[in-house]
Design a binder for this molecule. Sequence first.
Ligand code: GDP
Ligand code: MG
Length: 442
Amino acid sequence: SLSDRLQATFKKLRGHGKLTEDDVNEAMREVRMALLEADVNFKVVKQFIKTVKERAIGQDILETLTPAQVVIKIVDEELTKLMGDTQSRINMSPKPPTIIMMVGLQGAGKTTSAGKLGLALKKQGKRPLLVAADIYRPAAITQLQVLGKQLDIPVFSMEQGTDAVTIAKNSIDYSQSHACDVVIIDTAGRLQIDEKLMKELCDIKSEVHPHEILLVVDAMTGQESVNVAQSFNDALGLDGVVMTKLDGDARGGAALSVKAVTGVPIKFIGLGEKLEPLEPFHPDRMASRILGMGDVLSLVEKAQATFDMEEAKMMEKKLRKDEFTLDDFLAQMQQVKKLGSLDNILGLIPGMGGLKKQLAGQDIDLDGKEIRQIEAIIKSMTPKERANINIINGSRRKRIAMGSGTRVQDVNKLLKQFGEMKKMMKKMKKMQKGKKGLPNLG
Ligand code: GDP
Ligand code: MG
């Protein structure tokens, strides 16, 4: 990955005094290749390398920093600049309703993002209305209706055969009579850009005059997303980009190039299929994430919103003293579950990319069912067993399985997972200690 490559490159940089041109040139060769491989637009790469080089050559190496850290810092800052300082704000109309149009290719995540955006706005006290204006796939309307039901957000649709412009137009009247103050129009997409699609979107635009046109792009499409953004921007004039599927193995390149090439800011990111509020895009965090340092700030922010800080502190203390028990494990898992999927969380922790890969094959799955099972198993243990798993021998395992209505292998699996988690936490703790000397790159 881009981050692995960059980190490997920076490890090679050794030396003292000033960064020499040779040092920098070698690092930049790697950076260039890594960025191109990550699908960053070549013009963007060229400009980027030039800027970083100019800044890096002759840079004093402070006593506390290694050359690698100096270059990382510059690369990090320049990556941040490249993605723009954007505020993830929707242009709110002073007079309701605010009209938002979601556009993009098929499968990009428009419908999902419309729902997530609705949820985010609802959390801010708004009253959103979702509008089903994708008329070409009957399933699309149903999809939005299901989503609306799950999120408890009203959905406006019209009978089959109604054209998208009429639907959009009528939805505005509907919003006014139903006291909705934000209208989110979910439009149709095509597999590729074509005139018919653009014309329909332009027609909707000139009918309802949206305050915000958001292009939804799939981060997995790499370089192509830049072309897509360019075309939509030329035809419609975009206010922002929602970049979805950044939870997957998306190459970071798209996020890097879109803003640089089109000038349109990325405003939100999608981090999963689950219906959570759409997340604001932070260029600085994305830069550190691309560099492989993990999105610590996002994690902390998420954690603060969810975790009981007192409890978290206590856990940490217990962990330090190695008194972390299965009871704590259960509580922890329940907290972690609130944060989202384990995959999401590991991606957010610096250096955890590797562990994430390791765990991927291990079937550690934190959905509700699993948690309930874990809960049942732990509750079937005696307090002594919970405090010290070493005493849980074969016959105890059998008893616990019986008591919890699970199988012995489920009990075994849980005990193994608990062991893994303890190990993982030790690792994280070590890493945090190691981090102290590093410059603040966030
Ligand atoms: P649309 O055709 O643009 O409306 O796309 P949809 O909203 O129907 O999404 C297409 C597929 O991508 C669905 O299976 C979604 O669950 C999935 N999807 C959307 N956003 C994300 C995301 O941020 N991460 C992941 N992993 N999947 C997503
Ligand atoms: Mg859709």
